[in-house]
Design a protein around this ligand. Structure first.
Ligand code: ZN
Length: 207
């Protein structure tokens, strides 16, 4: 079995394309897509992230921390303390109703603790979790205010009851773009997905 260090090192060394291709393949509704279509979705999702990144940086300049963009955009950041468990947990969420980002301090603290416990603080920065999650949720805010964004479009051909042709959206496209946006905004040299992976590896310890 691979050690945590090996798993994390492997993930840190993957290219953005490899990371996003894996993310897309984990979305069950993307299974029937051709390789060409998947490549197109990844390319356009990454472009969407760059587009939002350029928008925010041209408006406010290069700020030190994603939270500072939230302040400029008048998006409140709330904190909750909900202990993660085996069945349900989240690190952050953007709520459309009141346009708010909520961060779960308990889950953030748990991932930090895991990084120290696994002895991998030399590979991934435990102090970047909060800003990474904030940046990720900021992308969902941009999706909310810009309905025309590619990741909001109905990308998939679907059939209801096998008869009526319709289109449906692809959640993974928005997640790829949010991940890429977070990487751009935080200037991490590894994929932000590594924090999700560490959390997944440590979840066994939870009740
Ligand atoms: Zn997301």
């Amino acid at each position: 079995m691979k050690s945590v260090r090996e798993t994390v090192t492997e993930l840190c060394n993957k290219t953005d394309y490899e990371i996003y291709f894996d993310m897309l393949n984990r979305d069950i509704s993307a299974h029937r897509l051709t390789k060409e279509k998947k490549d197109e979705i990844i390319k356009k999702s990454m472009e969407t992230a760059v587009q939002c990144y350029n928008e925010v940086v041209s408006k406010f300049g290069e700020l030190n921390n994603p939270a500072e963009y939230a302040i400029r955009l008048h998006i409140p950041i709330n904190y909750v303390n909900e202990k993660p468990n085996k069945y349900y947990s989240y690190v952050g969420i953007f709520t459309e109703k009141n346009q708010t980002i909520t961060l779960n301090s308990e889950t953030i603290a748990f991932i930090k603790q895991l990084i120290n416990q696994f002895g991998i603080a030399d590979l991934v920065d435990p102090n970047q979790i909060k800003s990474t999650v904030t940046a990720h949720e900021l992308f969902h805010y941009f999706e909310f205010i810009h309905p025309e964004l590619y990741t909001n479009q109905k990308i998939l051909d679907a059939k209801i009851l096998g008869i009526f042709k319709t289109k449906s959206s692809l959640l993974a496209a928005g997640e790829v773009a949010a991940m890429h946006f977070a990487k751009l905004l935080t200037k991490l040299h590894y994929t932000p997905l590594v924090y999700n992976k560490i959390f997944a590896l440590g979840k066994k310890q939870l009740l």
